[in-house]
Design a protein around this ligand. Structure first.
Ligand code: PBG
Length: 326
């Protein structure tokens, strides 16, 4: 045998580590945290094992647990004490996320990213203002431009509370430009926008919608979130957000959309984030509970694949478990 190319030489212990192309670090990971204004004790989220909704009074303690693992950034989601058609608790100065942000930024060293959206705050569960007859109309649309005015208020209220980064996730056209303008006008020129630039209408969000109580009461989100069939369109969506002033570009979900993560990474020179969503977390847990998969190994491999595809930042429910092992 006269083989000249022997890739296996580089797979020997000691050499393999030296030449590995991708590495995971705790400070690339963002841990989602749910703060719930309707409870005064921690409530487990059954479809997301290990995760809980915590009351405001536990928000600092919860973030300290995250920091103890080496993860430095949290993404806050709020469950408000009440909901209405407009989602007015989303921009309230004493809202659950605003109050949690104030406490966490003043009492810990965590970097706080806030979710700028309406679906947890509206009584109909959509990510914006809906047409009057929406419930009877399966083809309903969220009123885009009226919703932008609300998103401006939400983003400014988060910045006023001390948010380090705001992350609009509602897939409204023009949302990044509107939020950028509102933040600048309010004196928050230095608060970056992590835009959910390519967010798909995915069935993998199921467990999150239980966790954050944000499932639409009627219809679905296909008129504003992207069609899972489309990859080229993601480039158009992302380009619009870049033009409007996005600082970080998010693709969501992650694992079923690694082609999109990779093309966003190759086509744009801004940092790329990927959201390893609730369904992607839940399915590994479910399989490992049955003894079908090794949880730790598959979680690590999943996150590594997301980095390999081109993500600089990963939002993941595995953040703490994986960081603690790194
Ligand atoms: C909406 C939002 C959603 C998620 C994050 N932000 C839900 C949705 O679009 O229905 C999903 C996250 C996950 O599944 O982990 N503001």
């Amino acid at each position: 045998m006269d083989l000249t190319d022997r890739p296996r030489r580089l797979r020997r212990d000691g050499v393999r580590e030296l030449v590995s192309e991708t590495s995971l670090e705790a400070n690339d990971l963002v841990a989602p945290v749910f703060v719930d204004a309707t409870t005064d004790e921690r409530v487990a989220i059954p479809s997301m094992p290990g995760h809980e909704r915590v009351p405001l009074d536990e928000s600092v303690a919860r973030v300290e647990e995250v920091l103890d693992t080496g993860v430095e950034t949290v993404m806050l989601f709020g469950i408000p004490e009440s909901k209405d058609a407009e989602g007015s608790r989303a921009w309230a100065e004493d809202g659950v996320v605003q109050e949690a942000t104030r406490r966490i930024t003043s009492e810990t060293a965590a970097t706080v990213v806030t979710d700028v959206c309406l679906c947890e705050y509206t009584d109909h569960g959509h990510c914006g203002l809906v047409e009057q007859d929406a419930a009877e109309n399966p083809d309903l649309t969220v009123r885009n431009d009226e919703t932008l005015d609300l998103l401006r208020k939400i983003a400014v209220s988060h910045a006023e509370a001390g948010a380090d980064v705001v992350a609009p996730s509602g897939m409204m056209d023009g949302m990044v430009g509107a939020i950028r303008e509102a933040l600048d006008d309010a004196g928050f020129r230095d608060v970056p926008i992590m835009s959910y630039a390519a967010k798909y209408e995915s069935a993998f969000y199921g467990p999150f919608r239980d966790a954050a109580d944000g499932a639409p009461a009627f219809g679905d989100r296909r008129h504003y979130q992207m069609d899972p069939a489309n990859a080229r369109e993601a480039i158009r969506e992302v380009a619009l957000d870049v033009e409007q002033g996005a600082d970080l570009l998010m693709v969501k979900p992650a694992l079923s959309y690694l082609d999109v993560v990779s093309s966003v990474d190759r086509n744009f020179d801004l940092p790329v984030a990927a959201y390893n969503v609730s369904g992607e977390y839940a399915m590994l847990h479910a399989a490992s509970d049955r003894g079908w998969l090794d949880l730790e190994a598959t979680a690590l491999e999943s996150l590594l694949s997301i980095k390999r595809a081109g993500a600089d930042v990963i939002v993941t429910y595995f953040a703490e478990d994986v960081a603690a092992k790194l």
